[in-house]
Design a protein around this ligand. Structure first.
Ligand SMILES: C[S@@+](CC[C@H](N)C(=O)[O-])C[C@H]1O[C@@H](n2cnc3c(N)ncnc32)[C@H](O)[C@@H]1O
Length: 231
């Protein structure tokens, strides 16, 4: 058993199904992803406790370091059941909205009363239903995953984030780099697309990468957090 599989033995059948789909890295429809997350919504958080998931905690700390004020408008993209929203609320953020493709995950998070507004959107297909410069911060914690949100969407995110605002992303290293014991999770497609999009955004002076750091994420599997300043 590879190191990435060890922690997955005790999670729900819905969680196992999702990790298998990610490993297969086949093209499946976003509707299918939405259905899978709808089914997973009520056991997602329990599974992530078992997997020692630290993404929202790490990302909220980075946001707190960068934010001048806790009133900044934040859009949590791929918000899931609201773990990042909860972490941000605990740090005093007051103006956070949620966006996800899974209505059941949004319903789960709505009950927590942590989000100002909630949007059910398929990033990539629906586009972003927001005005230019609408947000100070866009955070995407664990949404850029094989078969999930494509990094191609980041360009559109630079439109809805104000100049001087930030886009914060966390991406598991094993998806974009070949890591020992987690080779089956590497996605050449995703890795190449991430590099291409980030290079293009830097060359066209749409963003500046102000932070790139490794953080603990899932058990034995770190992530890279990027902070992109919108120019
Ligand atoms: C791994 S979960 C992360 C959830 C949450 N950010 C967290 O850290 O707990 C990925 C989320 O991305 C959402 N997602 C996947 N594809 C999407 C798409 N095309 N548009 C919007 N959301 C999407 C899923 O529904 C899911 O809630």
């Amino acid at each position: 058993m590879s190191s990435s599989e060890k922690g997955e033995t005790h999670i729900s059948s819905q969680g196992k199904r999702m990790f298998n789909i990610i490993k297969q890295d086949k093209d499946i429809s976003s509707q299918e992803i939405a259905n899978l997350y709808d089914d997973w919504a009520t056991s997602f958080e329990k599974d992530n406790v078992k997997l020692n998931y630290r993404g929202p905690h790490e990302m909220s700390s980075v946001l707190a370091e960068f934010g001048n004020s806790k009133d900044v408008s934040v859009l949590d993209v791929g918000s899931g059941t609201g773990l990042l929203g909860e972490a941000l609320k605990a740090l005093g953020f007051t103006n956070v909205s949620a966006l996800d493709i899974s209505q059941k995950s949004l319903d789960f998070s709505e009950k927590k009363g942590i989000y100002k507004k909630l949007f059910c959107v398929d990033v990539g297909t629906d586009g972003m239903p927001f005005n230019d410069n609408e947000f100070d911060v866009l955070a995407c914690c664990g949404g850029i995953v094989p078969n999930h949100i494509s990094p191609v969407a980041i360009e559109e995110w630079t439109r809805i984030v104000k100049q001087g605002g930030i886009i914060v992303l966390s991406i598991r290293r094993c998806y974009i780099e070949i890591m020992q014991g987690q080779e089956e999770l590497y996605s050449k497609k995703l890795a190449e697309k991430c590099d291409e999009v980030l290079e293009d955004l830097k060359n066209t002076k749409k963003v500046e990468v102000t932070l790139k750091k490794e953080v603990p994420y899932l058990e034995n599997s770190p992530a890279v957090i990027y902070v992109l300043k919108v120019l």
